[in-house]
Design a binder for this molecule. Structure first.
Ligand code: NI
Length: 269
């Protein structure tokens, strides 16, 4: 009887022991599950990966500023005899294509388009001097040569507060007398498009595409509608071909050329 009692007592102890063990296991598992956000076990092996929020950035409209070096393919488009009634549209075309150019202006036209002259300056275009009345300087005495150039600069000073530092002589006519009279460098060209003679935008554009190379200075005239139309073809296409369209002075400066008074400059090759 005593033995039987002891056996029952032992059986109960085993049962109670098992219940306690299961209870402990249950509480451990339950605790681990409810603590899974902070538990090392759950966060390391079970936790869902955090989804990163994708922030969409507004596209940047400004084109990247190209740092010009002597190795950058570049062309200087230059326009003579203006400003005229198409010049403002030409400035807009260049602006839209992130391009610049040089304008060799006549004093007699500067007075008619002061706002266009201001816009050229504000947009970083170069303004050069092409005399007041488009005269062949070699046919005149020093006083007239001087008046023709300084008269145009006086008109520019009225509008901008300063004159032009470069002269492009009409017809490319320069002699010793002109050189001795004018204290300016002379801006010539390497590609003459003969736009005034071709008169056809596609023909002018084709001539330029077939002729220009890196470092060329291209002669054009902004007083003709066909030249403006030609530029609508030429400017985007030259940019697409990898050319930077720069001013005459920019191109020389990038190539380390310091212009001197009385000297002629044609290109950068
Ligand atoms: Ni001219």
């Amino acid at each position: 009887m005593i033995y039987m009692h002891r056996e029952l007592e032992n059986g109960n102890r085993v049962l109670v022991g098992l219940i306690i063990i299961f209870a402990l296991l249950f509480f451990c598992a339950y605790g681990a599950w409810t603590d899974r956000e902070t538990s090392v076990f759950w966060t390391t092996y079970i936790a869902e990966p955090e989804v990163e929020e994708v922030v969409k950035e507004e596209p940047v409209e400004e084109p990247e500023e190209v740092v010009l070096t002597p190795d950058t393919p570049m062309i200087a488009l230059t326009f003579d005899d203006g400003p005229g009634k198409y010049t403002d549209e030409l400035l807009t075309l260049f602006e839209e294509n992130d391009a610049r150019a040089s304008f060799f202006v006549l004093g007699s036209n500067v007075v008619k388009y002061p706002e266009v002259i201001k816009r050229m300056e504000d947009m970083g275009f170069e303004i050069g001097n092409h005399t007041y009345h488009h005269v062949k300087l070699t046919q005149y005495p020093p006083e007239v040569i001087s008046q023709q150039v300084e008269g145009t600069n006086a008109e520019l000073i009225n509008i901008l507060g300063h004159g032009a530092g470069l002269v492009r002589p009409p017809y490319g006519e320069v002699n010793e007398m002109v050189k001795a009279t004018l204290s300016y460098p002379f801006a010539f060209w390497s590609v003459d498009t003969l736009d005034w003679k071709l008169k056809d935008p596609a023909a002018i554009a084709d001539y330029i595409f077939n002729t220009v190379q890196d470092g060329d200075v291209v002669l054009l005239h902004d007083i003709h509608s066909f030249t403006l139309e030609a530029m609508r073809i030429v400017v985007p296409k030259l940019k697409a071909r990898g050319y930077q369209l720069v001013t005459f002075s920019e191109m020389l400066e990038v190539h380390g050329v310091t212009m001197e008074n009385g000297q002629k400059y044609f290109e950068c090759k």
